[in-house]
Write a protein that binds this ligand. Sequence first.
Ligand code: HPA
Length: 250
Amino acid sequence: MSVAVIGGTGLDRMPGLTVDRRLDIATPYGTPSAPLLEGRFAGSRVLFLARHGEQHAIPPHAVNYRANLSALRQAGARSVVAVCAVGGIAPWIGPAQLAVPADLIDYTWGRAHTCSDSAEVPLRHVEFTVPFAERVRRELLHAALAARVDIYDGGVIGVTQGPRLESAAEVRRLKRDGCDMIGMTAMPEAALACELGLEYAILAVSVNWAAGLGSAGIHAEIETAVGEGIVRARMVLARALPALRAQEGP
Ligand code: HPA
């Protein structure tokens, strides 16, 4: 069994990963965003998948989430750390801050969001009360503590359709709904992981204040924060992935 990383904005490549094999995997849902990279990171075996493709050309609503998650499972993944860029709503999730959300609200629409939709796959109503795997969340939080990287434990991620950013009124609504941060890719990714029996958690990297909450322009904020946020995320991954791998079977 392996540990997998799905890299999002800012992490289309994984510096420090020594690639042994590029796996072109066909799934019943088509091909994943990119070949899976199998290799070593921080001394441990990992699988890496660039969610938006190696050229960062696939927008959030067009990602083939079903093929991505199926391919990871076919390649032997048991746990998945999904790195997601987010906009911060809660005051403690400002640019370059990391978080490991505990819950989500799905605002996406029109995405192929289940594997339970054909005669070949028995209909299952998967339980989604707790959408993220606590074992994976804990390892991310322990790793951040050990690496002395500030990380927020918890919060709700609202998942919007994109690729446009939100209006200020939409962000006020998301805040009233209880969202602490906003991203565009956690759904249907988290739900499909659940259907496929993968232990999935998000390492959220805040790259901007959500619309209407910051004083700088959002794109200027993203340009400044993304590099620093991803450096911190890699420090966390370098400890979390070997720890997760050590818990998994051969
Ligand atoms: N909104 C939605 N998704 C995002 C944002 C945002 O402000 N920043 C990064 N991903």
